[in-house]
Design a protein around this ligand. Structure first.
Ligand code: FAD
Length: 491
């Protein structure tokens, strides 16, 4: 057919991966077309993920924090929540950010084409134009010819096949809609997304149950950190069901009736329970099978992921992939980092710039954060992984009960933990391999630990770095001193 538009790079998907790739490629002088089916840029993260969840979590955190002032003789009246206004506030936050992205695309002369992209060859993409709030098709199609493509089509929530289609069954997107606050809510899947949304709803008044197939909540984080989180959060829950499967659900006038079965021998599970709201948060599935990748010759795995090398290149040399669609961890900061690599490699090759063309994804670690109350954050090797892999580590554990700032804040339940290489080759001066924290603002502090790992810091580097007093960040220096065996006093 005829070609309607042409470019150096077409980017499929306008999420954190896609817009970051498009902007970097444009900054490097390339002609870029960004294809997004929805009305706004920002993808899952800005529209129905990271940002709206944090807008709501901030409100919940403030509502919860004031309760900690009762010990200081300050008591607030019960909060009055106008849920429509709260939803409006969240929408405004999203609008500010996605509007800003639109402006930035214009400033960089990135052409945004609204529509659904499907490959027709390794140099052509067909865009079926969409309109309105969602992705209603206009019937009009455009052919985009490209030298290079970056696939950033993201992922979507997994839905269990036996869940009834019912407004009382939602995924994270439905939960963020915040239509009303249920009395009883079931969180299906005890991962970060489910527990964050559960935190919001419980602070607004819902009673929570959670069901998780594995042997504990927040898989990936060290169990000792999660234990502290769980102790602080126990009052939100009627029932925390681990090693338990959800095996059926039925819509009844009273609510969604859900039945459970043991996921492991020796586990007893409750009778079927009825809930006003069921949140499915059992993982996300990549959109790899929805872009006709085969027409371009791009290999897609059975599960819908696209494999790439460290330059983010697929099996087809001029087609790259980034973000959730290339694999775990499905996190925005990983997508952005990968986006810059792909854009730089392409720019380098088109311009014969060897330095840019040699760009590669070589991050040593990617931090994870649960923005719950308290927060749980971790990066690099965890203590559980070290144990499982037989890696000898020296541990520095600093309980916040010894932190002046945490005590002054009335929030001294936290812990900071650092792990250092203690193999014989390290000669007692091992580098930091990982770290984790539970406590208020843990997510804001974990970046320092990531930096320390990237820089190859050891106990002395971190322990002798003067941290401001009194801050929660001091706990990182103190944990290093503990590991070094030189922690003699407490701040
Ligand atoms: P996406 O953000 O999924 O964007 C893909 C885009 O591609 C979408 O806009 C989609 O409409 C578009 N698209 C797909 N197919 C086509 C097509 N064929 N044609 C045109 N357009 C197409 N991560 C964090 O790091 N921190 C957090 O706090 C965090 N919180 C989260 C909370 C929730 C509730 C959820 C669901 C996720 C959260 N995440 C968080 C994960 C984060 O949102 C994702 O990792 C991130 O959005 C992935 O970016 P991406 O660019 O790969 O894809």
């Amino acid at each position: 057919g005829t070609v309607d538009m042409d470019c150096d790079v077409v980017v499929i998907g306008g999420g954190p991966g896609g817009y970051s790739a498009a902007f970097r490629a444009a900054d490097l002088g390339l002609k870029v077309i960004l294809v997004e089916r929805y009305a706004t840029l920002g993808g899952v993260c800005l529209n129905v993920g990271c940002i709206p969840s944090k807008a709501l979590l901030h409100v919940a955190a403030v509502m919860d924090e004031v309760k900690h002032l009762e010990v200081a003789g300050v008591k607030f009246a019960a909060p009055e929540v106008n849920i429509d206004q709260l939803r409006g506030h969240k929408e405004k936050v999203i609008g500010k950010l996605t509007g800003g992205l639109g402006q930035m695309a214009k400033m960089r002369k990135v052409t945004v084409v609204r529509g659904y992209g499907n490959f027709v060859s390794a140099n052509h993409l067909e865009v079926e134009e969409t309109t309105g709030e969602g992705q209603e098709k206009t019937g009009s199609k455009k052919i985009v010819q490209f030298k290079n493509a970056i696939i950033a089509a993201g992922s979507q929530a997994v839905h269990l096949p036996f869940m009834p289609k019912d407004p009382r069954v939602v995924d994270s997107t439905g939960a963020l809609d915040l239509k009303e606050v249920p009395k009883r809510m079931l969180i299906l899947g005890g991962g970060i997304i489910g527990l964050e949304m559960g935190t919001v709803y419980s602070t607004l008044g819902a009673r929570l149950d959670v069901v998780e197939m594995m042997d504990g909540l927040m898989q990936g984080a060290d169990r000792d950190l999660v234990k502290i989180w769980q102790k602080m959060n126990a009052p939100r829950f009627d029932n925390i069901m681990v090693n338990t499967k959800t095996v059926g659900a039925e819509a009844t006038p009273e609510g969604i009736k859900v039945s459970f079965a043991p996921a492991k021998d020796g586990i007893t599970v409750p009778e079927p329970q009825t809930y006003d709201l069921v949140l499915q948060a059992v993982g996300r599935t990549p959109n790899g099978k929805k872009i006709s990748a085969e027409k371009a010759g791009v290999a897609v795995t059975d599960r819908g992921f696209i494999d790439v090398d460290i330059q983010m290149r697929t099996n087809v040399p001029n087609i790259f992939a980034i973000g959730d669609i290339v694999g775990q961890p499905m996190l925005a900061h990983k997508a952005v980092h990968e986006a810059h690599v792909a854009a730089e490699v392409i720019a380098g090759e088109l311009q014969g710039n060897k330095e840019l063309a040699a760009a590669a994804f070589n991050a040593r670690v990617i931090p994870s954060v649960a923005y719950t109350d308290p927060e749980v954050a971790w990066v690099g090797l965890t203590e559980d992984q070290a144990k499982a892999q037989g890696i000898k580590v020296k541990k520095g554990l600093f309980p916040w009960a010894a932190s002046g700032r945490a005590i002054a804040n009335g929030r001294d339940e936290g812990v900071t933990k650092l792990l250092f290489d203690d193999s014989p080759e390290a000669h007692g001066h091992g580098r930091i391999l990982g770290g984790g924290m539970v406590g208020t603002h843990a997510g804001d502090m974990i970046g320092e630990v990531a930096l320390a790992i990237e820089m190859g810091a050891d106990t002395v580097d971190i322990g002798k770095t003067i941290h401001p007093h009194p801050t929660l960040g001091e706990s990182i220096g103190m944990a290093a001193e503990v590991a070094h065996g030189s922690c003699t006093d407490v701040p």
